[in-house]
Design a protein around this ligand. Structure first.
Ligand SMILES: [Zn+2]
Length: 172
């Protein structure tokens, strides 16, 4: 198994993102979906994450597919600006919500300015429409934000089927 279920806010700069993330962690711990303490159950960086806990069985479609016996089964939280795209077969396509034209090439090039935080926005080179980069249209799920929740190897279990805070969306 090697999957990631990722929740990302639809906004480049989520205000007070660390307290918000901690509130979500507290909620997940209260529901016993994740363990309270950090352990080496992640995949990236220092591999610290919140391990899968028993209550997760109640909130997924296929509890038997939860990775209880896997060393990598935890929730990792990314607190810095990051680009989330599908791992395989990503076409770098994007559409402008105003003129409806394909602007993927320019948009993905502009991430060079977005990544270091010079801007949160992208401006359509064809019609001048400017918005947070997340406001453009993407056929394949992707996200651009200073906060990300990565659930390692939970995808086969069908997570999440629970109602999650409204500012996030589900990526696989
Ligand atoms: Zn446009």
């Amino acid at each position: 198994m090697n999957s990631q279920s990722i929740l990302v806010p639809k906004i480049s700069t989520l205000p007070v993102h660390e307290p918000r993330a901690r509130a979500i962690v507290r909620w997940l711990v209260r529901k016993n979906i994740i363990k309270e303490e950090l352990t080496t159950c992640g995949r990236t960086g220092n591999r610290m994450g919140y391990a899968l806990a028993d209550g997760a069985r109640a909130v997924v479609l296929y509890p038997q597919a939860l990775p209880f016996n896997e060393p990598i089964n935890g929730l990792e939280i990314i607190y810095k600006r990051c680009i989330y795209t599908p791992a395989k077969g990503f076409l770098e396509e994007a559409g402008c919500p105003q003129c409806r034209k394909e602007v993927g090439e320019a948009l993905f090039e502009s991430l060079e300015d977005w990544m270091p935080g010079h801007t949160d926005n992208f401006t359509c080179p064809l019609c001048g429409h400017e918005d947070d980069i997340n406001g453009f249209l993407f056929l394949q799920e992707c996200g651009f934000s200073n906060l990300g929740f990565i659930f390692n190897n939970w995808a086969e279990a069908g997570y999440p089927s629970i109602s999650i805070p409204k500012f996030v969306r589900v990526l696989h």
